[in-house]
Design a protein around this ligand. Structure first.
Ligand code: ADP
Length: 302
């Protein structure tokens, strides 16, 4: 079983002609409230791709929180690890998407701040019995550190998508089996600007030296720099028409771990993840853009 631990957000999405400058007012269109949050997106990606998945999260006792719990259950996600914070709204994000598919995001963590190490410790059995624990950094770092420690003590593989970018304590780095930064996050973690294969290799070797066996640096449309124990290469992405890149990285991560726990070999799991993420960028929104297993298989057999 896969456990995803992470954030839940209501994404308030507006399509804009360009990003407004300070003091400027622009007209957007197509306002939608779309289920998001990096943790939730990765959990939903894994469940649509047919992984056996449980989600550990903290939501508010508002209308969005109630609706989203029902939706996760319908998506086949085990929701028994989700706690509800009385009197708090669910996390939220204000997202603007430009005509070229770029986004600009402002977050408020709200109930996500409730996913502390105390709350994570209550879920220790779920974590220690899992094959794999997938996390990101939109919830309190002490909870992430605590979960990683519990997992690595029990032989549960730890996959960290270190997003949004921040520095990480060494006690967390030493527990990680697979890390999946994008270029910005790789630079934040290593101090190395990732712009080509050579710089990606340097950033990967920095992370290998911290004790992380597998480093996957996602390169947007260019795919991924994948490095295992210092053997690295680029695995190219798929060329598609971009509508909105929100949740591309999340879809990639959910798909990657789904492939790996199914027993796909490493390169095949990365290809599967590139395909799932490529489909997601052709659609608007976070969870609205995540493909099903059938869609990914049809895409790969084209
Ligand atoms: P993030 O969304 O976290 O910033 P990336 O932009 O690196 O991460 O994208 C993650 C993955 O999504 C890439 O490795 C690739 O597989 C896929 N992807 C992202 N953008 C595109 C794109 N424009 N075309 C095709 N695939 C994409």
């Amino acid at each position: 079983k896969l456990i995803v631990l992470g954030s839940v957000n209501a994404d308030h999405v507006l399509q804009v002609p360009s990003f407004p400058r300070p003091g400027e007012t622009l007209h957007g269109h197509n306002y939608q409230v779309i289920p998001g949050g990096k943790g939730a997106n990765q959990a939903v990606a894994a469940s649509r791709l047919k992984a056996d998945i449980g989600f550990i999260a903290s939501i508010g006792d508002d209308a969005f929180g109630k609706r989203i719990l029902e939706q996760y259950a319908d998506d086949g996600i085990d929701i028994s690890g989700i706690s509800v914070q009385t009197g708090s709204p669910t996390g939220m994000a204000m997202i603007q998407v430009s005509g070229t598919g770029e986004n600009s995001i402002c977050l408020s963590a709200e109930a996500n701040t409730g996913l502390t190490s105390e709350v994570v410790d209550i879920q220790h059995e779920k974590i220690s019995h899992a094959e794999c624990l997938l996390m990101q950094l939109e919830t309190p770092i002490d909870g992430v550190v605590s979960a990683a420690g519990l997992a690595s003590m029990s032989g549960t593989a730890v996959v960290l998508n270190p997003a949004p970018a921040r520095t990480l304590p060494d006690e967390l780095l030493t527990c990680i089996d697979i890390i999946t930064p994008n270029e910005t996050e790789a630079e934040q973690l290593t101090g190395i600007t990732v712009s080509d294969e050579t710089s990606a290799a340097s950033a990967a070797s920095y992370l290998h030296n911290k004790g992380i066996g597998t480093v996957l640096i996602t390169l947007g449309a260019n795919g991924v720099y994948a490095s295992q124990q210092g053997q690295g290469k680029i695995i190219p992405g798929f060329s598609v028409d971009v509508v909105d890149t929100t949740a591309a990285g999340d879809t990639f991560n959910g798909a990657l771990v789904t492939g790996l726990i199914e027993g796909m070999d490493f390169d095949k799991a990365v290809l599967f993840a590139n395909a799932a993420a490529a489909i997601s960028v052709t659609r608007l929104g976070a969870q609205t853009s995540i493909p099903t297993r059938d869609e990914v298989e049809a895409f790969l057999s084209q």
